[in-house]
Design a protein around this ligand. Structure first.
Ligand code: NAI
Length: 779
């Protein structure tokens, strides 16, 4: 008789597959799916197969959505929207609550369906994807209930077009649909072509709960269907997917007036300090890069380990790697399932090979892969140089690079050495160090001693080329609401640049002043050497420098150098703003006379002084938040300045318009390159002495005068400008949105308005991005 010990040693692994009969029966009964439009399924059109990536076998046929299908869905959503928005928040809350309950009832069914369609392990669907999706509906039922109290005066966008990827199909649907519906929008959602089935099951649930028809519409199809949705008559586009497609969508929506949020790719650092709990960090890597086969936008795909512990850490990590179980996704013991599609498998193979070809050394689990289906053995790439494609490109598969650093500063430098900025994971038992690094990494989400933790109450989203906008929490709700637009006012005449006497040419009689540019705290001549005449009623009132690309580039450089401003306390920024108000007040009469002389209201001066007081007041009060997330964390939402902002100011109110935009931006810690009113730049250039005498550090505000749209174009194209505000004509606004696609900078285009009322939280919200930091707490 063998002993228990002997049995345990010899016992073979036995699979524990989850039953899939109910789901396969459901699929067999449906066979071919149409779209879900206006509360009912359409007849299937031209279809394509949704395959099980673990076997390669087809699961169902789904319809390739056409432009007509999209138009029909948008029409249904448009028709349903006023009534849906007209319900009370409480009534919408009840619908969302009902959806959550029904999802909960189908939890096992949805988990199995997701596993079959996507290839992810059933354990993940059961423990992460589906429970989090349900949580999103409950959480947002709450927001619907509280909407009138918490977002007074806000209105929904209308019809939202939502395009989601294949890595978390049902969860991404919940992230998009729940807040949209809570806010009073109706939606047309396009799931990814590889994973449409849980969205179609969700459609059935909407029908089952009796959701008013047209509120949720689901159109399946590939990128062409997505492009048709982007082009359709919708009011907002919310997209999650690749940076490449995000950029296309940015360009396609430029000038359309459609609101846009983009959740894009990442190449997120996973930083292990010497004092980290190394075993915990090893488990962290499992969750960071081997969770969901590494097909996670915020995957910790660049492991950076302190040199002193790197060997030890690598040793532990490779031992753990060897024990990962890859195989049947329906088996409850499986750690890693199938890659979503053979195309994605090919992409992973190519990128890992490119990494090896560029000198990295691949350590891969020697596991027995199933004979059929799209499987890939997990691994790590050692010794990758920072320029190695495996360090710069999103592999979107179960392979991370591992490299070393010596000092915290070097860790930050390596962490930020990427065009992305989605997330970062920091491992250290020293909370002071971890929080210091959290402040320095460029990432929308930071986990301390944790990774890939999500919750409906916490904002999620990226910086830089990882996109803009947040999903989850209050900030995610805000993205599905808008403040009613202030009444647009006709634009003032743009600057007259017809007469451009050469610099140094004798000033015509009556010209009382030649302004200069203001760059890095110094007045400087324009690179072109030219000025332009500023006129009022045919009379020249002065010469202003004709700024050019070169001047904008110099100004951006100066703004970058003034990075200390972002670290100054809110109190100190307030002091500077109060001082600006005080010094402007001392010269009030002079400013009033100048404005009057140029045909503008002298009242702008008093209003500008008040605005400086207003944003001084806010500078140390625009607080972040602590989020009530489900896990043992304090999850803090910090308001972080963008960094360098470009601001093109209106012609209509040359002083107050400038102040209304520049002051909130600097109050939040940004540095600004501003293009003042082309037709009356002196209101801004006269401020130089005010700034100089108010302790505003050089480079915080830089002013380049000249043709607004030409200069704005250079700012929009500039890779080192993180956000751009533009107030001008519709053509200029479209240009700014399109040109900003290159580095995916956040843009805000505003029509001319009544500037006397242009202040408030909206300006501060727009002047910041939220960094969500998950800090261990209570355990
Ligand atoms: P993708 O960005 O092409 O697909 C995402 C969604 O966008 C899908 O629903 C797709 O049908 C739709 N789409 C594609 N082209 C479109 C267009 N022109 N207009 C509107 N919608 C469009 O991602 P794909 O090709 O499936 O994966 C490629 C790479 O993208 C991956 O290897 C990965 O690196 C990255 N990716 C990142 C994701 C993330 O969550 N950040 C998710 C999926 C992919």
């Amino acid at each position: 008789m063998p002993t228990v010990k002997e049995i345990l040693e010899t016992m073979d692994y036995g699979p524990a597959p989850e039953a899939s009969g109910e789901v396969t029966a459901w699929l067999a009964a449906r066979g071919r799916f149409g779209h879900f439009i206006n509360g009912a399924f359409t007849k299937p059109g031209e279809t394509f197969a949704a395959d099980n990536p673990a076997t390669g076998e087809p699961l169902a046929e789904v319809t390739q959505g056409t432009e007509d299908d999209i138009a029909a869905a948008v029409k249904a959503a448009r028709k349903a929207q006023p009534k849906w928005a007209g319900l009370s928040g409480h009534e919408r809350a009840q619908w969302l609550y009902a959806i959550a309950r029904h999802l909960q009832k189908r939890e096992r069914f949805l988990s199995v369906l997701e596993t079959l369609d996507n290839g992810k392990p059933i354990r993940e669907c059961r423990d992460v994807d589906v429970p989090l999706a349900i949580r999103h509906f409950y959480h947002h039922a709450g927001w619907a209930e509280l909407l009138e109290d918490e977002f007074p005066g806000n209105v929904p966008h209308g019809v939202c077009g939502q395009i989601i990827p294949w890595n978390f199909p049902l969860l991404m649907l919940a992230w998009k649909v729940a807040p949209a519906l809570a806010a009073g929008n109706t939606v047309v959602l396009k799931p990814a072509e590889y994973t449409p089935l849980t969205a179609l099951a969700f459609a059935e649930i909407c029908a089952e709960v009796g959701l008013p028809k047209g509120v949720v519409n689901i159109v399946t199809g590939d990128g062409r269907t997505g492009a048709a949705l982007v082009a359709a008559e919708v009011d907002k586009i919310a997209f999650t997917g690749s940076t490449e497609v995000g950029r296309l969508i940015r360009r396609a929506t430029a000038g359309s007036g459609k609101a846009l949020t983009l959740e894009l790719g990442g190449k997120s650092p996973f930083i292990v300090f010497a004092d980290a709990d190394l075993d915990a960090a090893v488990e962290g890597v499992v969750d960071a890069i081997w969770f969901n086969q590494g097909q996670v936008c915020c995957a910790g795909s660049r492991i950076l380990a302190a040199e002193s512990v790197a060997d030890d850490f690598t040793h532990r990590l490779t031992a753990r790697l060897a024990r990962l179980r890859v195989g049947d996704p329906l088996d409850k013991c499986t750690d890693m399932g199938a890659i979503v599609h053979p195309v994605q498998l090919g992409r992973i193979r190519d990128l890992v090979s490119a990494g090896e070809a560029a000198g990295a050394h691949l350590i891969q689990a020697e596991c027995q892969l199933p004979p059929k289906g799209s499987f890939y053995a997990p691994g790590i790439l050692l010794n990758a140089h920072p320029a190695n494609p495996a360090m710069t490109e999103e592999i979107f598969g179960p392979v991370a690079t591992l490299s070393t650093f010596r000092t915290p500063d070097e860790a930050v430098e390596l962490a930020n050495n990427t065009r992305y900025g989605l997330s970062a994971s920091i491992w250290s038992e020293n909370l002071t160090l971890a929080m210091d690094i959290a402040a320095k990494v460029k990432a929308g989400v930071v986990w301390i001693n944790a990774t890939n933790v999500f919750d409906a109450a916490a904002g999620f989203g990226g910086m830089r080329e990882s996109g803009f906008g947040r999903e989850g929490g209050r900030e995610g709700m805000a993205a599905y609401l808008r403040r009613p637009a202030p009444k647009a006012q006709p634009e003032a005449a743009a600057g007259q640049l017809d007469a451009a006497p050469q610099a140094g040419a004798p000033a015509a009689p009556g010209i009382d002043r030649t302004a200069k540019l203001y760059i890095g705290g110094k007045q400087s001549r324009p690179d072109s050497g030219y000025s332009y005449a500023v006129t009022h009623k045919g009379r020249e009132i002065g010469l202003a420098p004709l700024g050019s690309r070169k001047d904008i580039r110099n100004a951006v450089e100066a703004a970058h150098k003034a990075s200390g401003w972002g670290k100054v306390t809110g109190h100190n920024r307030a002091q500077v703003l109060y001082y600006i108000a005080e010094n402007l007040a001392a010269r009030q009469a002079e400013f009033e006379a100048r404005l009057h002389d140029a045909g503008h209201s002298p009242k702008e001066v008093t209003a500008t002084i008040r605005r400086a007081f207003y944003y001084a007041a806010w500078a140390d009060k625009f607080d972040g938040a602590v989020k009530s997330t489900k896990t043992r964390n304090v999850t803090v939402a910090m308001h972080e300045p963008w960094g360098v902002m470009g601001i093109a100011c209106p012609d209509a109110a040359p002083l107050l318009g400038f102040a209304s935009l520049v002051l909130p931006a600097i109050a939040m810690g940004n540095r600004v390159v501003a293009i003042p009113a082309t037709s009356m730049p002196f209101a801004a250039t006269d401020l130089y002495q005010v700034f100089d005498t108010s302790d505003l550090p050089g480079g915080v505000v830089n002013i380049v005068t000249g043709p607004r749209d030409e200069l704005a174009k250079t700012l929009a194209q500039h890779d080192d400008v993180a956000a751009m505000w533009y107030c001008g004509g519709t053509e200029g606004a479209a240009m700014v949105e399109a040109e900003s696609a290159a580095n995916l900078k956040a843009t805000w285009t505003l029509p001319n308005r009544d500037w006397s009322a242009a202040q408030g939280r909206e300006f501060l919200d727009r002047a910041c991005q939220i960094k969500t930091i998950w800090v261990p707490y209570g355990e």
